[in-house]
Design a protein around this ligand. Structure first.
Ligand SMILES: Nc1ncnc2c1ncn2[C@@H]1O[C@H](COP(=O)(O)OP(=O)(O)OP(=O)(O)O)[C@@H](O)[C@H]1O
Ligand code: SF4
Ligand SMILES: [Mg+2]
Length: 335
């Protein structure tokens, strides 16, 4: 059991029924995540990052969506789990921090009570114990005067403080996996760094694994050990972060990283715009979804989806019929 990864995702598909036809937002995604690892997920808007995160949590609505494949979290299968089984998982194994803290907080309830509720409902604590623990958690996430802030309403706190409260709520169940979907977007740069430092230190302190979805390449370069690049619902490339930055093989990864290809890049460097538009996922063809925007596309690319292939370094995989040579070897022309 101990050598099993904490999270094991296999051939995961999430397909929405839409008026334009089936839309596969997550398309054959497979990866493992070990305890205490941080996986970054990047990709343009609409590439399926949030849908993937919600699917890993078992959070998709049950209507108009089909999920197939497997998500095993700490030995439990998420796909097809009942609501009560999912509640068990959410109470102890996995928690998610969403982009906008206001959507996760109840605006008319004091923040301390919102943490209490998790502790009482999910952990059966009595009122006094829950209050003590809630104040400890507010303190842990760096909220000054935690005992006073326990009584604050969300609107009385700054954006950074609200996001810390959301993280405190997520941590209340002591999850083994924290999924953070753009947890610092909209916060100013100093606060962003503080929140990311906080997540890093909590990961180390609590032995938590983190999945970090972000548009910020500086965050990816400096704070993740592994990287998953998504394009149009599919895995374009994945591997140890340094290898994907320096030795990527898939032209989309190169395009994505082009503006800031170095690990030495300053934090908060945003992804450059790539010419062309991501495809409408309800109307994609059979081949490589990047083909309409790729300078190296051939008929093979347009007709057949490239499988994930191993690159030179362990754990590094890419999906491309005509892979680039690693940057460190040549100019990167495709083979
Ligand atoms: N409930 C839904 N019904 C139909 N389509 C959906 C639904 N939710 C998401 N989608 C579609 O799934 C695709 C992936 O969306 P998703 O929100 O995961 O993108 P994302 O990578 O998180 O983008 P962003 O960077 O903008 O947050 C998009 O084409 C989106 O329109
Ligand atoms: S498979 Fe073809 S179209 Fe897709 S990224 Fe590789 S070269 Fe470009
Ligand atoms: Mg998203």
């Amino acid at each position: 059991m101990s050598d099993q990864p904490l999270l094991s995702v296999r051939n995961l598909n999430t397909t929405f029924a839409t008026p334009a036809g089936p839309l596969r937002a997550v398309d054959d995604v497979s990866f493992d995540l070990d305890a205490n690892e941080t996986l970054g997920i990047v990709g343009e808007s609409g590439s399926g990052k949030t849908v993937l995160a919600r699917t890993l949590m078992g959070l998709q609505p049950r209507q108009n969506v089909a999920v197939t494949g497997s998500v095993r979290l700490a030995g439990h299968e998420v796909v097809g789990a009942s609501t009560s089984q999912l509640r068990e998982l959410w109470s102890s194994e996995v928690a998610m921090v969403f982009q906008d803290p206001m959507t996760s907080l109840n605006p008319v309830m004091r923040v301390g009570r919102q943490i209490d509720e998790v502790l009482r409902v999910r952990h059966g604590m009595d009122r006094a114990a829950a209050r003590t623990r809630a104040i400890e958690l507010l303190d842990l996430v760096g909220i000054p005067s935690a005992a006073q802030r326990y009584r604050a309403y969300p609107f009385e706190l700054s954006g950074g403080m609200r996001q810390r409260v959301v993280i405190a709520i997520a941590l209340a169940g002591q999850p083994r996996l924290l999924i953070a979907d753009e947890p610092t977007t909209g916060l100013d740069v100093t606060i962003q760094a503080q929140i990311l430092d906080l997540l890093d230190s909590l990961r180390a302190q609590m032995g938590m694994s983190v999945i970090m979805i972000t548009h910020d390449l500086g965050v990816v370069a400096t704070r993740t050990s592994r990287l998953l690049v998504m394009y149009a619902g599919r895995m374009a490339e994945t591997g140890p972060t340094g290898d994907v930055f320096r030795q990527h093989r898939m032209p989309y990864t190169r395009a994505l990283l082009e503006s800031s290809p170095k690990l030495s890049n300053a934090p908060h460097t945003r992804l450059a715009a790539i010419p062309g538009q991501p495809p409408n996922l309800a109307r994609v063809g059979p081949g490589c979804h990047f083909a309409p925007r790729c300078g190296y596309a051939t008929d093979q690319c347009r007709n057949d989806a490239p499988p994930l292939e191993p690159a030179d370094r362990p754990g590094h995989l890419f999906a491309c019929w005509h892979p680039l040579a690693p940057l460190s070897e040549t100019t990167g022309a495709p083979s």
